[in-house]
Ligand binder design. Structure first.
Ligand code: ADP
Ligand code: ZN
Ligand code: MG
Length: 476
């Protein structure tokens, strides 16, 4: 039997506001536990929530960037449940009247571009954070309780773990470009729950879904989904049932394990939040926010393809992160060749970022330094090989190319007289190879060029070395 994979994502993004959703406490990450709290976010009796206007604005901005329709009236609801990280025993969320509905995210698939529908986008407040100790005790940090949170729910339209990952990357890029969230998965400001089911290919009915909660990296999303697809396929092929449940992902073993059964839906006893009035969102406000939207990743990707002539793949990689896309633009403002810029950013820069586990914001390299390096290459001062060494030093120290070249004595030898002397030495030291070349064996020249490069520790200009060797070896 052929099975079709069906995936839907629920993504939570903390909004990058200064204060929390319903009180004035700071919403910044990383403070001493339980220092960023007040009676409102501690859920003490008798307090009243006041909505954060900036959080609503950010959510509208995200909704517009994701092509959603923004509601003219939206309402908050109480979602009741008891858990130690939720001091009020309810979370203020949005149920029946979310802030926005019906947008989409565009992804590239092997079969062509695809639009993944966004079911809804709503506002809520984050919960506190539990820390489970090895001895069995748990600690709670309520700094995060009440931080503005946006939930973005997709329709079950994703057809593979790879598509799910691409959707999440695009979504993350949009949130980053619009500046509404830090989107740091490792700090939890972007979190993802995945829902996945299988059904016989061509069937119109959806299969029983399994939800895997709180995945905190793209890799985890993809691996958890791949594992879950295989687990469900094995069950179905053995004529067994997939139980509708919530499972957790274990990074170390690469498997999911069951926690609580989702067979009966939770009874959250949603009801309208009595302490908050419905929010009226004027069309003028929405249009004002729309008019301030920046260039979004999709548009930027098109610009790189249509105007700079970059391949689709390069454009997609470069625009996936706003910092990278901004660096590309800054480089292009001072250097004419898009392909050179793209090759270095996607090649050496990406490689060093990966190897050092750093983010572009943590690296002292600037567009001016890169432009300086390319100019030195164009002038023949730096060979491609030397440039890589110079680049590493710029990446590490934040020095500009000319300084690195001066300090390392790394410049290419393009001086004819200086190189001719080396060529003479190499010719004298390799009479047999010279004879081979003179006897018609073209490849022998490659060996001699290699010797010149070795003598100069890679600094000889290879074209010049080549020409000088040919001159010296010319018969007669
Ligand atoms: P909730 O988690 O709030 O109870 P649902 O479980 O109905 O809501 O849906 C949440 C997510 O699950 C959505 O992203 C939706 O696209 C996805 N989803 C719903 N049904 C399925 C299914 N059969 N297979 C895979 N994903 C699904
Ligand atoms: Zn507070
Ligand atoms: Mg769910």
């Amino acid at each position: 039997m052929n099975y079709e994979v069906v995936i839907g994502l629920e993504v939570h993004a903390e909004l990058a506001t200064r204060s929390k959703m319903f009180c004035g406490c700071p919403a910044v990450f990383g403070g001493q536990p339980n220092t960023q709290v007040c009676p409102v976010c501690l859920g003490l009796p008798g307090v009243l929530p006041v909505p954060n206007r900036r959080a609503v604005e950010f959510a509208i901005r995200a909704a517009l960037a994701l092509n959603c329709a923004v509601a003219s009236v939206t309402r908050f609801d109480r979602k009741n449940y008891f858990y130690p990280d939720l001091p009020k025993a309810y979370q203020i969320s949005q149920y029946q009247h979310p802030l926005a509905k019906g947008g989409y995210v565009g992804i590239a698939t092997p079969a062509g571009p695809k639009r993944v529908t966004i079911q809804r986008l709503h506002l809520e407040e984050d919960t506190g954070k539990l820390l489970h100790l090895p001895g069995g005790d748990s600690l709670v940090d309520l700094n995060r309780a009440g931080v503005p949170l946006m939930e973005i729910v997709s329709e079950p339209e994703l057809s593979s773990p790879q598509e799910a990952r691409d959707y999440l990357m695009q979504l993350k890029a949009v949130l980053e470009y619009t500046g509404v969230s830090d989107v740091r998965m490792e700090e939890g400001s972007l979190r993802c729950d995945v829902n996945v089911s299988l059904r016989p290919a061509g069937s119109a009915e959806l299969g029983n879904l399994v939800e895997v909660k709180n995945l905190n990296s793209f890799r985890a999303v993809q691996r958890a989904l791949e594992h879950e697809v295989e687990r469900q396929r094995a069950l179905l092929e053995a004529n067994r049932r997939v139980v509708r449940e919530t499972r957790h992902w274990d990074e170390a073993s690469g498997t999911t394990f069951a926690t609580r059964s989702k067979e009966e839906a939770h009874d959250y006893r949603y009801f309208p939040e009595p302490d908050l009035l419905p929010l009226e969102i004027s069309p003028e406000w929405v249009e004002q926010i729309r008019s301030q939207l920046p260039e979004l990743p999709g548009k930027r990707r098109r610009r790189l393809v249509d105007e700079d002539g970059l391949p689709e793949h390069d454009a997609a990689v470069l625009t996936a992160s706003k910092r990278m896309a901004d660096l590309y633009d800054a480089c292009r403002a001072g250097y004419p060749d898009p392909k050179t810029v793209s090759n270095w950013l996607m090649g050496e820069l990406a490689r060093l970022l990966n190897a050092t586990g750093r983010d572009l914001s943590q690296v002292p390299l600037t567009a001016e330094h890169l432009i300086g390096m390319w100019r030195l290459m164009d002038q023949g001062v730096l060979s491609g090989k030397l440039a890589k060494a110079v680049f590493e030093e710029m990446f590490r120290t934040g020095k500009d190319a000319a300084t690195v070249v001066r300090e390392q004595g790394a410049s290419q030898i393009s001086d004819e007289a200086q190189l001719a002397a080396v060529v003479e030495r190499v010719v004298a030291a390799n009479p047999k190879v010279v004879a081979d070349f003179r006897g018609g064996k073209e490849q022998a020249l490659g060996f001699l060029v290699g010797q010149v490069m070795r003598e100069t520790r890679g600094r000889a200009n290879p074209e010049l070395a080549n020409r000088l060797l040919r001159d010296q070896l010319r018969p007669g």
